[in-house]
Design a protein around this ligand. Structure first.
Ligand SMILES: [Zn+2]
Length: 278
């Protein structure tokens, strides 16, 4: 059974969080960050869409917001890696990201990796999930030790009516989410960290700050939509539709040399990710 001792126990090894944008780490696991001894934050994008004429300045501001929030949790700047992909363009770099992250795992050798769930709401979130799942698979195929992959939700369209939901997962058979009610101190830290992201203030008001939810990452088939796709990415004008995203995922999967496991293979009770890929 998953519980927080996996990442908060003393003397545990390095932990890595691979997220799409500055602020996703705080939304997903901000309440945990103050109690993890050794964590590296990896941001795939700089949070600055290139459609903005001021994107360079915006990227600098978002980086400064992140570093301020990380410092509150005791995470130094050298533990905040940024891969520099443009906001909304991570799905154009799936192969490079998977290969880079695989090499990064070689170096850091984490015991636990946190990342986004595959939820069909933001193409960068799903691209990040695709990349780290494949980075781990590449390690499995080389016979190397792999971390436990734990995921957190950001937001998704509720399958029955398309409304935006935050703080919950799309259901997955046999994998129970672990909901962690934050202590007073953890909640306070999370709120203070969230307040650092002034450029995202309105959006962040929609996320809960009293609890965080995690689960062992299922073995997704990224070439299929994660749900009935009532409102594909295109509804947000993020430059890619769900169908286009999956075309990019299929192509990247071919380039990476293997297909993801069949959905049926994942329907075993609560396996850790290395089990699914064996
Ligand atoms: Zn994000």
């Amino acid at each position: 059974m998953l519980d927080s001792s996996l990442w908060t126990r003393r003397n545990s090894g390095c932990i890595v969080a691979v997220v799409a944008h500055p602020d996703d780490e705080t939304i997903g696991l901000g309440g945990q960050l103050g109690s993890i001894a050794d964590i590296t934050l990896v941001h795939v994008t700089d949070g600055a869409p290139r459609t903005r004429p001021d994107w360079k300045t915006h990227a600098q501001i978002r980086r400064a917001e992140l570093l301020a929030a990380a410092a509150m949790a005791g995470i130094p700047e050298h533990s905040c890696l940024e891969l520099g992909v443009a906001d909304q363009e991570a799905s154009m770099h799936l192969v490079e990201l998977a290969c880079f992250l695989s090499r990064l795992l070689d170096q850091l050798r984490p015991e636990v990796v946190f990342t986004h769930t595959y939820e069909g709401a933001h193409p960068d979130h799903d691209a990040t999930a695709f990349a780290i799942h494949n980075a781990i698979r590449l390690r499995v195929e080389r016979g190397e030790k792999t971390p436990d992959l734990i995921e957190f939700p950001s937001y998704h369209h509720r399958p029955r009516d398309g409304r935006i939901e935050t703080g919950t997962f799309l259901p997955w058979p046999y994998i129970e989410p672990f909901r962690m009610v934050l202590s007073k101190e953890a909640r306070s830290l999370k709120r203070r960290m969230l307040s650092c992201f002034q450029t995202q203030k309105e959006r962040l008001a929609n996320f809960p700050d009293d609890a965080e939810i995690f689960r062992v990452a299922p073995a997704y088939d990224f070439t299929n939509a994660p749900h009935a796709e009532l409102s594909p990415y295109g509804a947000f004008r993020w430059g890619v539709t769900g169908r286009e995203w999956r075309r990019l995922a299929r192509h990247a999967q071919q380039m990476l040399g293997s297909s993801m496991p069949l959905m049926a293979e994942a329907k075993r009770p609560a396996p850790l990710i290395q089990d699914w890929y064996e």
